[in-house]
Design a protein around this ligand. Sequence first.
Ligand code: ZN
Length: 433
Amino acid sequence: MLAPEVETRPSAEQHARDDASYRAQLGYLFDRSVFYREKLGAAGFPSADSAGGLAEIAELPLTEKRELRLTCTADDPIGSHLCAAPSEIVRIYSTSGTTGTPSYIPLTTEDLDNWVTASARSYAASGIAAGQRIVSTYNAGPFVAGAALAAFDRIGLCHIPVGTGNTERLLMAIELLRPEAAVLTPSYAAYLVEAAAERDVDLRGSSVQRVLVAGEPGGGEPAFRAQLEHGWGARVTEAMGVGDIGVSLWGECEEQQGMHLGARGFVHVELIDPETGAALELLDGATGELVLTHLRHRAAPLLRFRTRDHVELWTSPCRCGRTTPRVRCLGRTDDMLILRGVNVFPSAVREVVNAFAPDVSGHILVKPRAPGVKQEPPLPVAVELARDAAPDAALAEAISQRLRGALLFQARVELVPFGSLHRSEYKAKLVER
Ligand SMILES: [Zn+2]
């Protein structure tokens, strides 16, 4: 544990500290943030005092990403939530958004240091420790993942960056430099299991004992994780960040019971009902959309930011001794489909299908018939067969039945030959749009 005093602190004590940080952060927003002064004023909160403390936070309005974007102009490309002077900004990341202009994420020296501190705690939770070697596969470039790489230095690891999309170079680095850990997206981790088999490389027998996955949901789903652990002969844990809030805010420990909040003290966590926006109680097993608030951020702090991540959350202490809340990401709102009132996440479909290994390869593609979120059943799902497996109507029927039983929607399963669905060396595309 990198910061045992913080990570094992009783929750009530942490809450009192966070409440003090939050009140100071609100004061800072009213002083410096044009965006929040206007937004909170319009909602009936003319001052920091009128907004109260953490106990009253759910009375304040939520912040959507598009609201921030709407305030961006040529003169103000970051947006009106920028609080720091240009001389205080030491780094400007961009989001990897696929549409239009990127949105910019500025950081002060202190913000960047806090990001690295939180990220280091999250990654260290996996059990990697100073003196070990880690090979990374992120082409961080302009993206916030760059700050996660600094976390490896902070932990004291020997970091071997090889970048994305060069499988030969990665397999060679593993063979020659013998790292104890590898960090990559779960899709790329799955791709490498197949790539190694095709090249007669013994990944299971390699030096890698820990595979740290991040960047997309899936690494915490039991069947998918089992497949990765079998292929790598290694323990798989996951980490998760939210670009606008912080990099690798969450990281899973060796108990594999969800990702711990590494950003404790820097970020306040809420869950809401994504339909109504109503705050939900943080009980063990609660599910909802993750809403995050900066507690000590300077450059462009956010209040009640909707992350679009649907998570399951636990607040009971973990066997590892940490008292921080834990989450597992169920999927992104953006990927969610609704069939007759039932929310369906493509990563959850993949998880159900994966239970049919070794008959299936683990690759799926959901093919909505209509644009938009609402779909009429049956929902077409292409399921790739394992290498050398023949199509079998009984298998397709069994998968459909299991999907109906587990996820409560009617699917039309189409079995497709091995190798026919796209493999990703970065993030998997599970929905055809
Ligand atoms: Zn734990």
